[in-house]
Design a protein around this ligand. Structure first.
Ligand code: ADP
Ligand code: MG
Length: 476
């Protein structure tokens, strides 16, 4: 039994690995990170996700890919069933946290006020539609490790969490951005846990939940109630803003943001990029977002990784007293797993599973074997358009404003084209976005520049070397 389960789990891990490499890390962590294997039975595989939104999103956008990833592991699989797990309510950890966001919202649902319309639809659906996203009880300030890369973000988050109703809001919105797995969700949930008190409501929503809540509320004609519910809170925390899609959702987001900020309520946002790079949002929203405090969290340094690993181990030890990871193994993991916090957590989970299943202590050799696939070649650094402009300008001895200007003299045209080419090849930004960041140029101009440099590089060795050098400077 346990062995069969182990095989299934291994297979599931491999399927997830395939999925991750077909859809990419960002998409994977947004839609699939919380997908679990329930069971494999004959030709069908049963998977579960925590929300109906995730279920329908995955079904409409990724069903085929999930199936084919399974088929590469188990050719006989012909069907993937996706169900919604019943949510486990986060345990009440402290007195303050007890009146959790979810409970507050379900209280509201039963209030005989403007929310009554919602209470007529099934409670679970309306709860989901209006409620906050599930909170993970482990993601608190107590478990968040501070380090060089997150000092400012952590200080700002604490400040927000410690605020009282009616306090002057110091920076609004607080906008935190960082790559995948660098602690955004952890920090936002910490604010939510710590900031909630008897007279202060903090609501944590993923952008997906915001979209889903809004769309569902519109369908049941309670958009007004939804708006009221949102506006009745003290701190709105929105995670993964880059996924906010759709014109009406964005318009609604914009209204909500303005209403909250104008009323002196705090808004906290996390996204994987700075406001200026949120392509799908219109300029007014972008500038409103940039008008508060924008903080970036950098990559986790080795020391920080080591501390995170230690804290994970000690958390695991509260349930598994016999589990221990010797310091040399921790050192090894901190050095080898450089990408993100999720893989650090994954590594500890595997060591725990392995040492439990086999009743063996953790050794360096075992760790090397177990985490091999988590050690990926150094991911290219996130390159920013500003950096490209700065480095190119320096290289060609022009100013950054020359690059953005409409001047058409040869000494700026070529560097500008090189910079646009680098922006297209080193970032995920679209052509229109790049055009916008280069002094509001049209996307066809960017396309022309990209093609031009592509063709020159294949013929002109000197230029090709120059471009390579620039790439290297930007990526190291
Ligand atoms: P993001 O939302 O930025 O993608 P998460 O907040 O989900 O990243 O973090 C991924 C994992 O790494 C989580 O398990 C989180 O607890 C852990 N982690 C990241 N940064 C830290 C930190 N500074 N201290 C403790 N754990 C961290
Ligand atoms: Mg996150």
């Amino acid at each position: 039994m346990a062995i069969a389960e182990g095989i299934e789990q291994d297979r599931w891990t491999r399927v997830k690995g395939r999925l991750r490499s077909t859809v990419g890390e960002d998409v994977y962590s947004s839609w699939f990170a919380r997908m679990d294997l329930e069971r494999v039975g004959g030709e069908s595989v049963h998977l579960s996700v925590p929300t109906r939104f995730l279920k329908s999103w995955i079904q409409t956008h990724y069903a085929d890919r999930v199936l084919s990833c399974w088929q590469s592991e188990l050719p006989e699989v012909s069907r993937v069933d996706l169900t919604v797990r019943t949510p486990i309510r986060a345990p009440a950890v402290t007195k303050d946290a007890k009146a959790s966001v979810e409970e507050r919202l379900s209280e509201q649902e039963h209030r005989p006020s403007e929310l009554r319309a919602v209470a007529t639809v099934p409670v679970s659906a309306s709860h989901e539609a209006l409620g906050g996203s599930p909170l993970d009880p482990r993601l608190t300030f107590a478990t968040f490790v501070g380090g060089r890369s997150n000092t400012l973000a952590l200080a700002a988050a604490r400040q927000v969490a410690e605020g009282r109703r009616g306090d002057n809001v110091m920076f609004n919105p607080l906008y935190i951005h960082a790559g995948v797995g660098l602690g955004k969700t952890h920090l936002l949930q910490a604010v939510t846990w710590a900031g909630n008190s008897a007279d202060r409501k903090v609501l944590y929503l993923t952008a997906e939940k915001f979209m889903y809540g809004f769309v569902a509320a519109l369908k049941t004609q309670t958009a007004l109630a939804f708006k009221e519910a949102l506006r009745g809170i003290d701190v709105l925390v929105i995670d993964d803003l880059q996924f906010l899609q759709g014109k009406s959702t964005q318009a609604e987001f914009c209204h909500t943001l303005n209403a909250l900020i104008d009323a002196g309520r705090q808004v906290v946002i996390a996204a994987d990029r700075p406001p200026s790079d949120l392509e799908s949002l219109d300029d007014r929203v972008r500038s409103r977002l940039a008008g508060g405090l924008v903080v970036e969290m950098g990559a986790l340094g080795e020391e920080l990784r080591l501390e995170i690993l230690k804290s994970r181990v000690s958390a695991a030890r509260t349930h598994h007293a016999s589990f221990d990871v010797p310091l040399p193994v921790l050192d090894y993991l901190a050095k080898a797993i450089t990408h993100n916090g999720r893989d650090l957590e994954g590594a500890i989970n595997r060591l725990l599973a392995h040492s439990k299943l086999n009743s063996t202590p953790v050794t360096l050799e075992m760790a090397e074997r177990e985490v091999r696939d988590l050690i990926r070649p150094q991911e290219p650094r996130r390159v920013k358009i500003e950096d490209i402009q700065r480095v190119v300008a320096r290289q060609y001895n022009v100013s950054r404003s020359d690059l953005l200007s409409s001047r058409r003299t040869a000494n700026v045209v070529r560097p500008r084209q090189v910079a646009m080419y680098l922006a297209k090849t080193l970032t995920l930004r679209s052509l229109p976005e790049i055009g916008r960041r280069f002094g509001g140029r049209d996307h066809t101009t960017v396309l022309h520049a990209v093609r031009k440099i592509e063709s020159l590089v294949s013929k002109d060795v000197a230029l090709s070397d120059e471009v390579e050098l620039l790439k290297r400077q930007l990526q190291e």
